[in-house]
Write a protein that binds this ligand. Structure first.
Ligand code: PA5
Length: 469
């Protein structure tokens, strides 16, 4: 059987479809091909030189082996698997679970191939407290996977300290250590030190792979494997996409074409990039993409140290739901967006509508039709309506939603981000602007060493009654 594929479709950005004011002509496309060629070569060179090790994750033999062994043990030891992490240490886990396990996975044990999965990526007392109430009698049937490359991230550290105390109190030092699996830096860092001291089982966050590029490492693979997702097929999908996104022929390389189009429109004032899946299963991949795109491409300085304040804004919308929320703006508001639809050819199942009541013959067109047909018709209809208003539209077409196509999608967007970073002439792999907020949190929470910063923060954060209405 031929491998299921994703395809990248870009006709609806062309000048002959949406007009010259907003479309791209063939000569402009040829020009993009010329200008993007060096970026493709450079990404390929960086990859060979080991500078962007995320590109090698589909080929690592050690990680899947370790993950499968850990998953085999964990599946026999728990009914609940709880991930504690944030940003790149959580969004990939959520995306894989939503994409590749049933909608009611946690609720319906008949649909479940493993323990329930919970991913906490916040420090909300109502949310976490409510969960603690529920999990209370089941701690001995629960494994917590704390994922933090550094171990210093305040949110993850906070969750960990809560859970650690509860487990120590309930299960004692021996029982407690059996209930935690750490995924963290191999040799250094706060979480590695805690792990060594406590004797937790652990997996590694690969060196040189930033959180948002780490979903195909043990960071994202463990919860997937524990919940019955075929991680070999996921990685095989990524490897299949690797061939396509390494292609030096621009027009055969979907990552290059995508990055070039996005960058081109950014320069023409379309600075918002909307991703709109017409599939609930793909909705959290859009959240994963938002982080990848925003943290990688939103930068103050370029590679020469010049201030550029660059970065397209990623926006997530869900079809058909957001047709009734956003599309009015998308069609009649400013033409400042590029749209990427995610469309699924074969959903693997369908739901057929019943007869319509005699009093409502106007619903007759729906009777006997299927939801898959309706959802895809709505995608085409929305695209048609946007194109009529000269809005540029791209589509990622999924043959079906399966580990192979999800692996392809992840790898496509990671490489698109690398190429877009080069086209924007910025470092796509750091996130210096996240630091100040993290440090200010340390200062406000009284972490030693941050006292001076706390004094500086006070004038901005102390409520001034003059401005309260
Ligand atoms: O993409 C990134 O690098 C970030 O989103 C990190 O993943 C996030 O800040 C969590 O960091 P850590 O894994 O060190 O706790």
């Amino acid at each position: 059987m031929a491998q299921k594929k994703i395809s990248f479709y870009y006709k609806n950005i062309c000048e002959d479809i949406i007009g010259s004011e907003h479309g791209i002509s063939q000569s402009q496309l040829d020009d993009l091909a010329k200008k993007t060629g060096p970026a493709i070569e450079e990404v390929n060179r960086q990859r060979k030189a080991g500078i962007i090790p995320y590109r090698d994750l589909p080929y690592r033999k050690d990680y899947p082996k370790q993950v499968k062994e850990a998953a085999r043990q964990i599946r026999g030891e728990c009914e609940n698997f709880v991930v504690l992490g944030i940003g790149g240490s959580a969004l990939g886990n959520i995306a894989l679970q939503t994409a590749l396990n049933p909608y009611l996975y946690n609720i319906d044990s008949r649909q479940r191939k493993g323990p329930r999965l919970f991913v906490f990526d916040n420090v909300d007392p109502l949310q976490f407290g409510g969960f603690l109430d529920w999990i209370d009698g089941q701690l001995d049937k629960t494994i917590f996977n704390v994922i933090s490359k550094s171990g210093q991230t305040a949110e993850t550290a906070a969750q960990f300290l809560v859970i650690r105390q509860i487990l120590m109190d309930r299960l004692g030092p021996e029982g407690y250590k059996q209930r935690i699996v750490a995924t963290t830096n191999a040799g250094k860092g706060t979480m590695r030190a805690i792990t060594s001291e406590a004797g937790f089982r652990s997996l590694e966050v690969p060196d040189g792979v930033g959180g948002r590029f780490s979903v195909l490492s043990p960071v994202g693979l463990l919860s997937a494997a524990v919940c019955g997702i075929d991680i070999d097929a996921l990685l095989a999908g990524a490897a299949a996409m690797d061939k396509r996104v390494s292609e030096t022929d621009f027009f055969a390389n979907p990552a290059a074409v995508n990055a070039a189009i996005q960058r081109h429109y950014y320069q023409r004032g379309k600075r918002i990039s909307v991703m709109m899946p017409y599939s609930y299963a793909l909705k959290d991949l859009s959240d994963w993409y938002r982080q990848l795109w925003a943290e990688s491409l939103g930068k103050r300085t370029d590679l020469d140290g010049r201030q550029v304040f660059v970065g397209p804004t990623p926006v997530k919308a869900l079809g058909a739901t957001d047709q009734h929320s956003q599309v009015q703006l998308y069609r009649e508001g400013p033409n400042d967006k590029v749209f990427t639809f995610l469309q699924v050819d074969d959903f693997g199942r369908d739901v057929v509508m019943g007869d319509c009541p005699p009093s409502a013959p106007e619903l007759g067109y729906l009777a006997g039709a299927s939801m898959a047909k309706l959802l895809n018709a709505e995608k085409l209809a929305t695209e048609y309506a946007l194109v009529k208003d000269q809005r540029p539209c791209l589509t990622v077409l999924f043959d079906s939603i399966c580990p192979e196509t999800i692996g392809q999608f992840i790898y496509l967007y990671e490489t698109t981000t690398s190429i877009a970073g080069l086209l924007l002439h910025i470092n796509a792999y750091d996130q210096p602007a996240v630091e100040l907020g993290k440090e200010a949190t340390f200062a406000l929470m009284g972490r030693p060493g941050y006292e001076q910063m706390a004094d500086k923060i006070r004038p901005f954060t102390k409520q001034d009654s003059k401005f309260v209405i």
